[in-house]
Write a protein that binds this ligand. Sequence first.
Ligand code: NAP
Length: 351
Amino acid sequence: MSKHILLTGANGYLGTHILTQLLQSGHTVNAVVRSAEKAAQVQSLFPTYTTQKALSTTIVPSITSPGAFNTAVQSTPPFNAVIHSASPFLYRAISSNTEFLDPAIKGTLEVLKAVKEFAPSVERVVITSSMAAVVNFSAPFVSEPRKVYSEEDWNPTSWEGALSGTPGNAYQASKKFAELAAWDFIKNEKPNFDLVTFNPPMIYGPIAHSVKNVKELNESTARIYNLFINSSSSAPLPPNGLHLYVDVRDIALAHLKALTTPEAGGKRFVICEGGIGSQEISDLLRANIPGLKERTPEGVPGSKGLDANVFAADTSRAEKILGMKYRSREETFVELARQLLSIEKEGGVQE
Ligand code: NAP
């Protein structure tokens, strides 16, 4: 059945995939963005849905302002659900750790407070958290027995560590404290709606939002461009970073499934295809895209898979309750790389 959805972060990498799938599934959507320019960009991606009034936009310039969403959540027809995916994850746009923490935490609470007070028709709020809220990045990545992270785990970062640590610590903490704040809100405020949170690891796969040149890439696709495309065959293989990943279309679909699966209510979900090492990404790109032979680090093709005891993710809850299935690595990495090459060509930016 068609639902009316409020979606924040609708112009972002993941947000645009969620928006696309919502519209294609027959839902109507109000897309929240920060500026008129971004609203116009979103509408220009979906001219037909805009004309048919299946897509509308609302501008919330500052998600941390008290009452930021009080007007946005009120609508005719009323909203059935809210998906909150807006949160900072762009290291180059951040100049202090609080720029990660404040919008993540206060933005989440502003959404929840506004829905409770002004949108009694909303039955469910879905929030995009992250595996960053789950994984203990200060623990060894390889252990015996291997660590398998699940919805029971929370990263141990303290508030002080978030403020004084690296920007990476601050991002991880922003996702943890924002998600915890949301669960606390449900426990303490007992609103009429329930909550679903998603914990995806690195998100890769094709770009659907407006990106004019490679300088505008979001954090995760920029990682693939910078380390695996704008490099050379003789460069050392880049460090793995977080080896766990999911395709952007699969995590977007999880958000849609959450809207129509009553049993999902009150749960967090780890959504993860699995782990992939740098050698495997390089091998996939070099084997499938001839133009990358000279540009993608070669390493030792076919060698050095991930350590058998590197940490993993337990995805059984999402498989059981949401029926999640994941697409192939070729689809994720090769499609993204081809697209990055075409953005590079069209945008003419190479550093
Ligand atoms: P993105 O392309 O950078 O999109 C982020 C969205 O959040 C954009 O709409 C952005 O709006 C908005 N946003 C960022 N900072 C904001 C602020 N201070 N105030 C208001 N809005 C703000 O990133 P993404 O990769 O799609 O991330 C979407 C969500 O997925 C985030 O919650 C992120 O933590 C989560 N996630 C991402 C990954 C990944 O690998 N990409 C992995 C796990 C979880 P503007 O365009 O106006 O900046």
